[in-house]
Design a protein around this ligand. Structure first.
Ligand code: IMP
Length: 431
């Protein structure tokens, strides 16, 4: 097994580099063998990290785990996971995931921490998410309806409620009720079982109060004690509120800047920034997607790659690898390494296309109208037919697969240091 900390240093970051769903969970799960602290920095239950593990009692069987809030390091029995202040947290969802872990044989005692500054998502945020989408008519973002936008809006509007406020439940209740009244004024009355939610939150507070810590201080002390930390990004760079395809984006910063604001760890401490990049492109929800395939090939990739949203089950839109996106993503995140995922999904395609340029545009445009009609310059590369899922040495990949990887590397201007070739934990080539 590779000693990752020797290569990546004591503070590595894993980021989604396209429109999310690149397969971050698998690498984080592998790296958490070496990094015993994993911190989630941004996003909320909109993210879905899928991990497949061999069933301990039946090696033929693969168990699928989908997490939305719990950091992916939880599957490693001695890893401590912190939900950072940049996350928006729905406590009910977190507790459901913890119960799922416990029922699957994972002991979570003392292994989940929550930053005291993390903002809370309530059920009313989900309702408002739906109302806001409906108000947008044909301009819908296609959100996951998990209340993410409304919770981040509260944070910025400065009426958000943070985890530490639960510890004074009376004051918390006053603020919660005032917010609810404000929303009913803004959006009209909606059915809401306030008492039920408050009762659940009271019970939950008892369960989680020992999990609450000063997140930035926890990370500071851990680094001082020479512990290794892995930071888990969520969503993807092209969904970034500042640098993504605005307004078809999420409400936080999946870009590397969100790592510092979302954890309290200064940027100059980061020792590696690993971008997770799928060997083709997918997107869920609305918004421009220049290399989207609307034909049978798109359908074939969707089926082979199992491209259905982990959070909402929606079919993901599929398309060719877009190196304009890849290069832009590398530029704004400063990747030191790329993990190219799902290369095996492309096995059997006679010809592969890569977008190399948007004609008459320099870089990645801010104006989504330009993107809608952009003319794309593609290159074509011959594919391969071999099953590559059992390959573990880069040199053993078919020549055409290596050429494809190396062309992407050249175009995005970053080294691809690991390649995913199958769904299981071990299906990874390290270079
Ligand atoms: P929201 O984050 O639920 O507000 O959704 C905003 C947009 O981001 C929608 O297009 C979602 O489909 C997309 N989105 C949010 N999180 C993810 C993710 O983890 N993977 C893929 N798409 C996401």
């Amino acid at each position: 097994m590779t000693n990752f900390t020797e290569k990546l240093g004591n503070l590595a970051v894993v980021l989604g580099s396209q429109w999310g769903d690149e397969g971050k969970g698998k690498l984080i799960d592998i790296l958490s063998d070496d990094y015993k602290i994993v911190i989630r920095a941004a996003g909320g239950a909109n993210a879905g990290h899928t991990i497949y593990l061999k069933d301990p009692e039946n090696p033929e069987k693969k168990n699928k785990y989908v997490f939305h809030l719990v950091p992916s390091g939880m599957l490693n029995h001695d890893c401590i996971c912190l939900i950072g202040n940049g996350v928006v947290l729905h406590l009910g969802t977190l507790l459901e995931e913890v119960a799922l872990l416990n029922n699957s044989g994972f002991n979570t005692d003392g292994r989940i921490l929550i930053s005291d500054r993390t903002h809370l998502v309530f059920d009313y945020h989900k309702i408002i998410d739906g109302i806001q989408e409906d108000m947008k008519g044909d301009k819908k973002v296609g959100t996951t309806k998990r209340g993410i936008g409304p919770a981040y809006t509260d944070k910025v509007r400065r009426n958000g409620i943070r985890v530490h406020e639960l510890l004074n439940f009376e004051k918390f209740t006053e603020k919660y009720m005032a917010n609810l009244a404000m929303f009913k004024k803004m959006y009209g009355d909606f059915d809401y079982d306030t008492e039920k939610e408050l009762a659940e939150l009271k019970e939950t507070t008892e369960k989680i109060k020992s999990w609450i810590v000063d997140g930035a201080l926890f990370a500071y002390n851990a680094l001082k004690e020479n512990k290794n930390i892995l930071i888990e990004g969520a969503n993807g760079a092209m969904l970034d509120i500042d640098h993504g395809t605005y307004p078809f984006v999420t409400s936080s910063n999946p870009q590397v800047g969100g790592i510092s604001t979302g954890t309290g760890i200064p940027g100059n401490k980061l020792t590696a920034v690993i971008g997770i990049m799928k060997a083709y492109t997918t997107r869920v929800g609305a918004g421009p997607f220049p290399t989207e395939l609307h034909d049978d090939l798109g359908e074939q990739i969707r089926k082979t790659g199992g491209e259905f949203g982990a959070t909402t089950g929606r079919p993901r839109r599929c398309g060719w690898f877009d190196s304009v996106v890849g290069k832009y993503s590398t530029m704004i995140n400063g990747y030191t390494d790329i993990n190219l995922t799902k290369l095996d999904v492309l096995s059997g395609l006679e010809t592969l296309k890569i977008a190399v340029n948007y004609k008459e545009l320099e870089g990645f445009p801010a104006d989504q109208n330009l993107l809608e009609d952009v003319e794309i310059e593609y290159i074509e590369m011959p594919g391969w037919t071999e099953d590559i899922s059992t390959i573990r040495n880069y040199e053993d990949l078919p020549e055409n697969a290596r050429n494809y990887v190396e062309k992407i590397e050249e175009l995005i201007e970053c080294k691809i240091t690991s390649i995913g070739v199958g769904v299981e934990r071990g299906d990874m080539i390290f270079r």
